[in-house]
Structures are given as structure tokens and as C-alpha cells.
Design a protein around this ligand. Structure first.
Ligand SMILES: C[S@@+](CC[C@H](N)C(=O)[O-])C[C@H]1O[C@@H](n2cnc3c(N)ncnc32)[C@H](O)[C@@H]1O
Length: 335
């Protein structure tokens, strides 16, 4: 994890930039870093940067993060991925603190803090649907129907090829996603039942399901450049500034390291960024990229904008849509 000195240097640098939002997340768990609470507080007090967090929720008690979270974050989503304690404890093996009862206790305590501090924090819980846990979709929904979270989000498991070595670049044996049959015949009906149980709390990444079901060749990747990554880089726990969260851990996709330089210098080195993006877009043509990766949805719209820049009707239409959407969308700075 980032050491305190480097983390401090990073946040002092970030608050001077025009960054709109930070999403605290991890290939691991963001709340493991004992300095996180102080960092969030500092950013909140010294900038207009908005913050949100993905977490397993197990360590909120250990570092007493409840107050700083309800006072400083716009949203938090706690990954659960199960409907029963024993499934949870088997599926999300981390350490003994990460058990279902502890996480449920922490969620309830966070809700209490939110009420006591009259906070606007949006609290969500997440369920990544896999072959191992799909039968618990209903059970999970029944639990959270009666708990005061704002939403319950379901999304399909994405097989992440970046987790494997890039030995088979040309064949990409690891690239197979779960078949569309599974989503169509095993999952969709259960999601409909979850919707009935949860009503307005139900949320589903249906665009991911669409891509998994309808276009099993490209999974919706009809763009030729990863432009979305240029709006949402990832600072890894190892200090590297990666192209995206999916490529974290692979130095080939790092623009530089904050142990050697600072974030602003690294981000402003356009030549280095162009070199790496050229490799991804033109040479590799995404062969090392996960389908339905983090920048995927942004890429679809940004590619469409790039290729229609000269079409006045398209652009006017887009401006109209933007006006309408900005009235209804929450947390626009995170998109
Ligand atoms: C990688 S986790 C890291 C943060 C934290 N440790 C947690 O458990 O949420 C960040 C987000 O990615 C999601 N995620 C992880 N693996 C995934 C996969 N294979 N497919 C889809 N989403 C995944 C998680 O559910 C979570 O919303």
C-alpha cells in the first residue's frame, strides 16, 4: 500500500489540480490503508473534489471511518455478493475480520451515522452475479429490502484478463466471458424477482448484460480508441499511475510513479501518455484489455462524439440530451 509520506504528497498535489472526483477503490481494499481517513478529510476540507468509495465494508470499525465517510463522501458502495453468511464467508475470503456479521454490523452503524449527521451520503450494496452465487439473488434482496440502504446494485461478473499473465497475447485463451445462455436462462428471471422485492432500491448494470448477451463477439467494443481512460486514470497502491483500473499492476501501462515524481507532472507528460495509448489503440488493438472494462461505457459515447464532431445535428442533439440528463443524474462528476 502507499506509505504515509507518499500518500500525503499525493493528496497535497491533488487538491491543487482541477480534478473533479476521486473514487477510492482497489484491486485490494482501500480501507486497509490506515491513512485513508485522514486523506479523505484533508481533501474534503481543502478542495471541491467529490469522493466516493467501493469497499468490502469490513474495516470501517477498525479505523473508525464512519464519521469521516458520512461527512465527506458523496456515495459508498459495499460489495456483498451473497445472500447467506456461509456463502459470503466462503466467497469473499480475505481475513477473519471480513465476515458477514461484521459487515452487516458496519452497514447498520453507517446508516445510523448518516442519520445522526444528517448526511446526504448515498449508501449502496453490490452483488456481482457469478455462477457460484446467482441462486442467492433473492435472499440478498430480502435482506436489504428491510435495511435502510439507498440502492442494491446487481452486475454481471466480468472475466478480467488483466488478472492473468499476458503470455497468450495472440490467442487470448482467457478472454471468454460467461455464456449468454447463463444470463438469459438462469439470471434474468431472478433479477426480475429481485426488482419486485426491492422496488425503487433495485439497480442493475443492464448495459453490461446487453453487451454480454447481444454481441458475444465484441461485447459492445465498437470503438477504435480508448478515450475514456484519459478522463479516469488509476493511481495504484504501488504508486504507479495506470491507464485504467483494469490495467493496474502491469507496468507496461503505467505513465510514471508518484514515488519518483508527482501526479501532476506524470499526468501532464502528454508524450508518454500518447506513446502508451498508441500502443493500446493501434498496436495491441485492445488485445490485452478486458471486455466491458471500466472506461468501456465512456469509450462508446466518446468514440461516437469523436466520429460525429462535424455533424451539427448530432452535436445539437447531444447538447439537448446533456441538458435533460444533468437535471436527473446524480453524481455527474464521477462519470
Ligand atoms: C475490485 S473491487 C475493490 C474494492 C473492494 N475491495 C470491494 O470489495 O468492493 C471494486 C469493484 O469492482 C467490482 N468487481 C470486482 N471483480 C469484478 C468482476 N470480476 N466483475 C465485475 N465487477 C467486479 C466489485 O464488486 C466492486 O464494485
Amino acid at each position: 500500500m502507499l506509505d504515509k509520506t507518499t500518500f500525503e504528497k499525493l493528496i497535497k498535489d491533488l487538491v491543487k489540480t482541477k480534478i473533479k472526483a476521486i473514487n477510492w477503490t482497489g484491486g485490494g481494499e482501500p480501507t486497509q490503508n490506515p491513512f485513508l481517513g485522514e486523506a479523505i478529510k484533508f481533501i474534503n476540507e481543502n478542495s471541491k473534489i467529490e469522493m466516493g468509495m467501493f469497499t468490502n465494508g469490513s474495516l470501517l470499525e477498525r479505523f473508525n471511518l464512519f464519521e469521516v465517510i458520512v461527512k465527506s463522501l458523496k456515495w459508498i458502495r459495499i460489495s456483498i455478493d451473497a445472500g447467506k453468511a456461509d456463502t459470503y464467508d466462503n466467497l469473499r475470503k480475505t481475513n477473519k475480520n471480513n465476515n458477514f456479521d461484521q459487515v452487516m454490523k458496519n452497514i447498520n452503524k453507517l446508516i445510523e451515522y448518516k442519520k445522526n449527521f444528517k448526511s446526504d451520503l448515498i449508501i449502496g450494496v453490490g452483488f456481482v452475479v457469478t455462477k457460484e452465487n446467482y441462486k442467492e439473488i433473492k435472499k440478498f434482496s430480502e435482506i436489504f429490502k428491510n435495511i435502510d440502504v439507498d440502492y442494491c446494485q446487481f452486475k454481471p461478473e466480468i472475466i478480467q484478463i488483466e488478472r492473468h499473465n499476458y503470455k497468450n497475447e495472440s490467442t487470448n485463451n482467457n478472454k471468454m466471458q460467461i455464456s449468454s445462455d447463463f444470463w438469459l436462462h438462469k439470471v434474468i428471471d431472478l433479477l426480475d424477482e429481485a426488482k419486485e422485492i426491492l422496488n425503487s432500491k433495485f439497480e442493475c448494470n443492464s448495459y453490461k448484460l446487453d453487451d454480454l448477451i447481444v454481441d458475444v463477439k465484441n461485447y459492445g467494443r465498437n470503438y477504435k480508441e480508448c478515450i475514456g481512460s484519459q478522463f479516469q486514470p488509476c493511481i495504484g497502491a504501488d504508486g504507479h499511475v495506470y491507464v485504467c483500473t483494469n490495467h493496474r499492476g502491469h507496468k507496461k501501462y503505467s505513465y510514471g510513479n508518484i514515488y519518483e515524481s508527482n501526479f501532476s507532472e506524470i499526468w501532464n507528460n502528454l508524450e508518454k501518455r500518447r506513446e502508451i495509448m498508441n500502443n493500446i489503440n493501434k498496436k495491441e488493438k485492445f488485445c490485452n484489455c478486458t471486455q466491458l472494462c471500466k472506461p468501456h461505457e465512456s469509450n462508446k459515447i466518446l468514440w461516437s462524439i469523436k466520429t460525429n464532431m462535424k455533424d451539427k445535428n448530432y452535436i445539437n442533439n447531444l447538447k439537448d440530451k446533456t441538458k435533460k440528463l444533468s437535471k436527473t443524474l446524480k453524481h455527474i462528476n464521477f462519470i
